[in-house]
Design a protein around this ligand. Structure first.
Ligand code: SF4
Length: 358
């Protein structure tokens, strides 16, 4: 059992469905039904381990009322000093619930901003505008949040570096301490998969947008600590670090995943059955050396080869060593003592590197 422990609560409700989104979330919601909160409370009551991180993800957890959030935090019983994150959309909050979330114990608020261009936001099916995003960030600061996160999507249809610059300026100007920058992926089952938007960048152009974003974020004082995550010093997301460091987390709600003592489980996507108490978690397998390798190489701190050998008894073959030497020689990886780290250029081709190492 690892010493760190986090709880993830999934909130499968959204106002409307974004065209790129394959998360499990029902659109058309203005709030979160009490019976769903009751189901989360029922499952939380089965856990006695106190978390040092609690994460409200979705979906749109910002649709919860402050009273619902307070009840869930109380039931999760986090340790003193816990990081408690809540995801929200810029158009689902006003000053009142933001103040209420902070009073309930939320320490970190995360906004899905995605772009500073209203045309782009409309194309994505987002329901907010850039002005609403700027206002939500301002209100979060006024509500007392010291830790404010913003998401940016990269390589969107008709994307330009100028769009990235404008979005970074919006987030940095709004006081964000943490920025997640994700490349758009067209996932099966989404509106974009059925009707791909014109002007999508190809893989090479997407890689260039990513490398440009890393460069600009670093220049703006957001240091990269994971493939898609950047922050001001000391503002790393402690909850997601549990995932990447293969530590224990308990997920509750349909589509939520857990990994406890090396065993991975998930709840199937069925909200009515979850509410009724008839849904059962399914086992996904054990967290093994390959999972550890993949997760650690997402982090800029990289994989400690000595720890890898000690934990899983795995050492790279001479052929894999030679491949890694080539990666280092070509600027895709670096070695720091016993650590193997991917550079931003290596992160772009991480899948190809992993294929050689696994
Ligand atoms: S991207 Fe977020 S807000 Fe949009 S549908 Fe998916 S979960 Fe909901």
């Amino acid at each position: 059992m690892s010493d760190r422990f986090g709880i993830y609560l999934h909130v499968p409700y959204c106002r409307s469905k974004c065209r790129y989104c394959d998360f499990y979330a029902a659109p058309g919601q203005r709030g979160v039904p009490e019976e769903y909160v009751a189901a989360l409370l029922r499952e939380l009551a089965k856990n006695s381990r106190r978390p040092d991180t609690l994460y409200f993800g979705g979906g749109t957890p910002g649709l919860l009322s402050p009273a619902q959030v307070a009840a869930l935090i109380g039931a999760a019983d986090p340790l003193p000093g816990a990081e408690i994150t809540l995801e929200a959309n810029p158009d689902t909050v006003t000053p009142e619930p933001l103040t209420g979330f902070a009073a309930a114990g939320v320490t970190r608020i995360s906004f899905g901003v995605q772009s500073a261009l209203d045309d782009q936001l409309r194309r994505l099916g987002r329901t907010h505008t850039a002005a609403q995003a700027a206002r939500a960030l301002e209100w979060a600061g006024a509500a007392g949040f010291q830790s404010v996160c913003g998401d940016i999507m990269l390589a969107l249809p008709q994307y330009t570096n100028a769009e990235f610059d404008a979005t970074l300026a919006l987030l940095a100007g709004g006081g964000c301490t943490h920025i997640s920058a994700y490349l758009l992926k067209i996932e099966p089952g989404t509106a974009f998969f059925r009707n791909p938007p014109p002007g999508l960048p190809d893989a090479d152009a997407a890689a260039d947008f990513y490398l440009y974003a890393v460069d600009r974020l670093e220049a703006a004082g957001y240091h990269q600590y994971e493939i898609s995550n950047f922050c001001k010093p000391g503002y790393e997301g402690r909850h997601n670090l549990l995932y990447w460091n293969c530590q224990d987390y308990l997920g509750i709600g349909p589509a939520a995943h857990s990994c406890l003592e090396g065993v991975r489980r998930f709840w199937p996507n069925d909200t009515p059955a979850f509410i009724a108490g008839t849904l059962r978690e399914e086992e996904e397998g054990v967290c093994n050396g390959e999972d550890f390798l993949m997760m650690q190489l997402r982090l800029c701190s990289g994989l400690d080869l000595e720890e890898y050998a000690a934990r899983y008894g795995v050492r790279f073959t001479p052929r894999q060593q030679a491949f890694l030497d080539q990666c280092v020689a070509h600027g895709y990886a670096r070695r720091q003592g016993s650590r193997l780290q991917l550079t931003p250029a290596g992160m772009v081709v991480q899948n190809a590197i992993l294929t050689e190492l696994i």
